[in-house]
Design a protein around this ligand. Structure first.
Ligand code: CA
Length: 228
């Protein structure tokens, strides 16, 4: 099964061209023609990438982008006739992964889609949920779901996991983790961190190593690594 792409574009002809090219490139493509439909589709199909037109009837692309970013770090490529640098920078600052100006060449769009999907996941500070392969972390609800099943943790372990997952691919020393996660007045030792990590790893044992892992860095500490 190809990766899922949601094309949000009110001009039917453009949407059809994109759908045809992306389908030919092996993607599963769904389309939405206005803002409300875009959000509905986003929720239902959980796409791997969104191609988003900015000028839409009703709810515009900016507000859709904001809504997507609140919920996930799914890559978004903005598609618009507005070619000014100012618009482009605004899009990138608001959480877009790339930007394509109309009129575009459909083959170039396919190439950009391929390129964005090859990148390591972008981390958006404000996203309330993150998906690392089959592991989904909801920071607002404080839940961790693996292959669709919610995992349970004791509060101290959950706090540690949420902290590490907020800062993927960063190395932390044990003292740093104690201070940042459990607080200065916590009277635990480095050993407490090791034990918590051990329990977290056990809970995440079915998380494929190709997607990510909690790594021990000898002489340093721990790192929550994500590979997709
Ligand atoms: Ca439009």
């Amino acid at each position: 099964m190809g990766k899922k792409i949601l094309v949000v574009e009110d001009e039917t002809a453009i949407a059809r061209v994109l759908q045809a090219y992306l389908t030919k490139a092996g993607y599963q493509v769904e389309t939405a023609f206005d803002g409300d439909e875009a959000i509905r589709q986003f929720t239902t199909i959980q796409p791997d990438l969104v191609l988003l037109d900015l000028m839409l009837p009703g709810r515009d692309g900016w507000s859709i982008l904001q809504e997507i970013r609140r919920r996930s770090s799914c890559p978004v490529i903005i598609l618009t006739a507005l070619g000014q640098t100012k618009e482009k920078l605004a899009g990138l600052n608001r959480g877009a992964d790339d930007y394509i100006t109309k009129p575009f060449n459909a083959e170039e769009v396919v190439a950009r889609v391929n390129a964005v999907l090859r990148r390591p996941p972008q981390i958006w500070e404000h996203a309330e949920t993150r998906q690392y392969g089959s592991l989904k972390i909801d920071f607002a609800a404080r839940t961790v779901t693996l292959h669709g099943t919610e995992l349970s943790f004791i509060p101290r372990d959950l706090a540690l996991l949420l902290f590490l997952a907020r800062h993927p691919n960063q190395a932390f020393r044990r003292e740093q983790l104690i201070e940042e996660v459990w607080g200065l007045d916590y009277e635990g030792s480095d050993r407490a961190v090791d034990l918590a990590i051990k329990r977290i790893r056990k809970a995440l044992q079915n998380w494929p190593k190709t997607e990510g892992e909690v790594k021990t860095l000898r002489g340093v500490g721990y790192q929550f690594c994500v590979y997709r």
